[in-house]
Design a binder for this molecule. Structure first.
Ligand code: TYC
Length: 102
């Protein structure tokens, strides 16, 4: 006779966990020279952040040294970093933008 915990007849299947692509935090770093208005403009232009929020985030970077400004797929994060770095370089500001796996 079957014991109470006999699993005869129970079909088991390994659950394959759904794969999600890794996400990346894009961060702005503080420096002593980039004008505050330039950073606000960068946040509005490349990250679609409204003016009031952009001012808030810029001030977090200014006070804390860095802040996460968005979380994206690897390809989008790379594009954002390249756009910001290129825009800062063209305007001769030392602003740094980096990405890091979440
Ligand atoms: N610290 C800069 C200043 O006082 C402003 C600044 C903010 C620079 C954020 C970079 O990512 C930055 N002009």
């Amino acid at each position: 006779p079957d014991k109470p915990d006999d699993d005869a007849g129970v079909i088991t299947k390994a659950k394959s966990k759904t794969q999600r692509p890794p996400l990346y935090k894009v961060m702005l770093l503080n420096d002593d020279y980039t004008p505050m208005e330039f950073v606000v403009h960068v946040l509005e232009r490349f990250f679609g952040i409204n003016h009031a929020q952009a001012v808030e985030i810029m001030l977090v970077v200014h006070k804390k040294g860095l802040a996460v400004v968005g979380i994206f797929s690897h390809e989008i994060a790379e594009t954002k970093v390249a756009q910001v770095m290129d825009f800062a370089r063209r305007h001769q500001h030392p602003l740094q933008c980096t990405m890091e796996k979440e």
